[in-house]
Design a protein around this ligand. Structure first.
Ligand code: AMP
Ligand code: GLY
Length: 402
């Protein structure tokens, strides 16, 4: 398991439940992953280090969690030496690495997306072209905001994409794929803004839940037919088949679904809400996707709903404080919630913050309301001075009759 975030902890947690698993190694992992795997101090982009681990432990499968190593071609390098890898090569990972490439593929595949605008005239959305950890997007309702956004986006690097501002419900829809077959996972909704009522800056994601009550199962299949399958076919036709997890972020507008973005890996924190719901052989499905033989795999969701709330360190997203003590994780787990570690570290045996988003607390229940209550009750048991978290994750979904 390559990576060290909440997503990788959730992946490790799910994989660890598989009877087929003999040994789990993580590079570099985190304190939560360390309870399930042997962690090695090797960075996610250290190809030589990863190859060394593969040889030393004769690893059968490598799962690459984060986007940066995928976009940089880590999966290609490992595959070239005969390692079986879950995660796309650089040519396919560009679908996340470059927003202009993603647009080009969407147009070629005939998939509906936000219209591109020639200039930053409000209302509009301004996006930095390259990877920005979800922080390079500016939603502008006034011209003042648009002017400022253009300046900030240009400061992040190369090109800037401007598109129409879309309104509606947002949904994150993932498929597992071997490049040809697409296996949809349960949909989720992500809470991108830092503060309640969708205020504050866009972050990597402050919480998630699954399933969104406004999306029927047959609609999920229709979305995958409309979006993922044509895009996978287009990438394959270009000689860049996508093996791994293809994430589409979509807006369900009055005029129909529109793709906002693609990611080349599992969403964080959506994964922390989706994986606990899945039945079936998850590790087996990852291996089969990596081996090009996904046909027939089944990863349907059970009846329980899940709500996951992120606890971020004070100062996130601009300047998260590291080294702040985090206590009460055990108590939170004993209350029945699942606590996924992201930016945490052990210092003299004590758990402390080590990044922006520190923990993801997932509650499961027979309804979204029950799952929500579980997650928030567990958070009450965690003592993390200055922690920021949203109180309204999945709140609207509780109010919508399903
Ligand atoms: P992205 O990284 O492209 O997904 O953008 C991050 C977030 O910005 C999305 O999850 C949406 O909440 C918002 N966003 C992106 N594009 C648009 C758009 N065209 N209209 C409205 N909101 C958008
Ligand atoms: N939660 C949004 C992302 O993973 O990009």
């Amino acid at each position: 398991m390559v990576g060290s975030g909440g997503r990788e902890h959730a992946l490790a947690w799910k994989v660890a439940q598989s009877e087929a698993l003999d040994e789990l190694h993580a590079a570099p992992g985190n304190p939560g992953i360390a309870e399930l795997a042997s962690c090695h101090p090797i960075r996610a982009d250290d190809v030589e280090g990863l190859l060394g681990l593969c040889r030393q432990y004769e690893l059968d499968l490598v799962v690459v969690g984060p986007e940066a190593p995928l976009v940089a071609g880590v999966a290609d390098r490992l595959r070239a030496t005969g390692v079986t890898v879950f995660g796309p090569g650089a040519a396919a990972a560009r679908i996340e690495g470059s927003k202009s490439f993603a647009k080009e593929v969407l147009h070629a595949a005939g998939v509906p997306t936000a219209l591109e605008l020639g200039e930053a005239r409000a209302p509009c959305v301004v996006k930095a072209d390259g990877l920005a950890g979800g922080k390079g997007v500016f939603v502008c309702r006034t011209q003042e905001e648009a002017d400022l956004a253009l300046e900030q986006a240009l400061a992040l690097g190369d090109a800037v994409v401007v598109e129409e501002l879309l309104e509606g419900e947002e949904v994150s829809l993932f498929v597992l794929t071997d490049g040809v077959t697409a296996l949809p996972l349960a949909p989720a909704q992500d809470f991108k803004r830092l503060r309640d009522d969708d205020e504050g800056p866009i972050t990597g994601g402050m919480g998630s839940y699954s399933p969104p009550p406004f999306l029927a199962p047959h609609e999920v299949d229709e979305l995958v037919d409309l979006v993922h399958r044509p895009v996978l076919a287009e990438l394959a036709a270009r000689g860049a088949p996508f093996v791994g997890l293809l994430y589409a972020g979509m807006m369900l507008t009055e005029d129909g679904p529109r793709v906002l973005e693609f990611n080349c890996r599992f969403g964080d924190p959506e994964t922390q809400a989706i994986l606990p719901r899945l039945t079936g052989d998850f590790l087996g499905a990852l291996a089969r996707a990596a081996e090009g033989a996904l046909g027939g795999a089944d990863l349907s969701a059970g009846p329980e709903a899940a709500v996951s709330v992120v606890l971020a360190a004070e100062g996130y997203p601009e300047a998260p404080q590291v080294g702040l003590p985090i206590r009460g994780v055990r108590e939170a787990e004993e209350s029945g919630a699942i606590v996924f570690h992201a930016g945490t570290a052990l210092r003299n045996g004590e758990l402390v913050s080590a990044g922006g988003r520190a923990l993801g607390v997932t509650g499961l229940g027979s309804s979204i309301a029950e799952a929500r209550d579980k997650a928030y009750a567990a958070i009450e048991l965690i003592d993390f001075p200055g922690a920021q978290y949203r109180r309204d994750v999945a709140l609207r979904a509780v109010r919508v009759p399903s």
